[in-house]
Design a protein around this ligand. Structure first.
Ligand SMILES: Nc1ncnc2c1ncn2[C@@H]1O[C@H](COP(=O)(O)OP(=O)(O)OP(=O)(O)O)[C@@H](O)[C@H]1O
Ligand SMILES: Nc1nc2c(ncn2[C@@H]2O[C@H](COP(=O)(O)O)[C@@H](O)[C@H]2O)c(=O)[nH]1
Length: 216
């Protein structure tokens, strides 16, 4: 530490990150998100709002805020969303909540959103956004995972498989791409990306006075 006026805590102060995980449905981004949230209490999930009905086991306010069309319309009219999009016949959106202020205070957020939402967030806030795309090891394995999850009808699975290739075509709009063959390995890579992004010099604004003191 340089001296007592600039503490190490001050030096480590930085803006929060908007850490986005996207993938075709079934590739495993929710699985990886949960591993990350369990392992790293410093990052919080941005809980989306959706008009999709809950799957078995999904809890309102934890996995999503489940709302009807009228409530979603009201939120759009009142400009309550950072971004929103139509996905698989339903609407999904990121509520503004207290994200903007929390980012200023250094809180990191994890977003499990699609490429449309990613584009919108990136246009609004390039400096804080980190975009990670997760690929399945193969199309056959993607279908196995959707079936194995046991949460969707054959019709829903068919619709998601039909969209998979067009979702994958957006991979080049991401900063990082990770193949999720083994979930533990994929998680480890995603965690390395998060750790490295946190240390980027441009984000570590708290370091400026600290380094000045070291050099004085
Ligand atoms: N590396 C892996 N190997 C085998 N199965 C996996 C792996 N990763 C995830 N799965 C399983 O695949 C299924 C789909 O994973 P998950 O729900 O995380 O996908 P998703 O990308 O979030 O899908 P959606 O966009 O539909 O929410 C789950 O049953 C999950 O347990
Ligand atoms: N643009 C947004 N996309 C979102 C949001 N929340 C979730 N999603 C994406 O929707 C699909 C389907 O999700 P599922 O839970 O029904 O399987 C998936 O790609 C999610 O990433 C959001 O707020 N905005």
């Amino acid at each position: 530490m340089a001296d007592s006026t600039e503490t190490q805590d001050d030096a480590l102060a930085r803006r929060g990150l908007m850490f986005i995980l996207s993938s075709p449905s079934g590739a495993g981004k929710t699985t990886i998100s949960r591993m990350l949230l369990d392992a790293d209490p410093a990052i919080k999930l941005s809980v989306s709002v959706t008009t999709r009905p809950p799957r078995p086991g999904e809890k309102d306010g934890v996995h999503y805020y489940f709302v009807d069309d009228a409530e979603f319309d009201r939120m759009v009219e009142e400009d309550d969303f950072y971004e929103w999009a139509h996905v698989f016949g339903h609407r999904y959106g990121t509520p503004k909540g207290r994200i903007r202020n929390a980012l200023k205070e250094g809180q990191d957020f994890l977003f499990d959103i699609d490429w449309q939402g990613t584009q919108q967030l990136y246009q609004k806030d390039q400096q804080d956004v980190v975009r990670v795309f997760i690929l399945p090891p193969s199309i056959a394995e993607l279908e196995n995972r959707l079936r194995g999850r046991g949460t969707d009808s054959d019709e829903v699975i068919a619709a998601r498989m039909e969209r998979a290739r067009s979702e994958i075509s957006h991979w080049d709009a991401y900063d990082y791409v990770v193949i999720n063959e083994d979930a533990g390995e994929c998680f480890a890579k995603v965690r390395e990306i998060l750790d490295a992004e946190r240390m980027k010099r441009q984000r570590q604004t708290g370091l400026i006075p600290f380094v000045r003191q070291l050099m004085s």
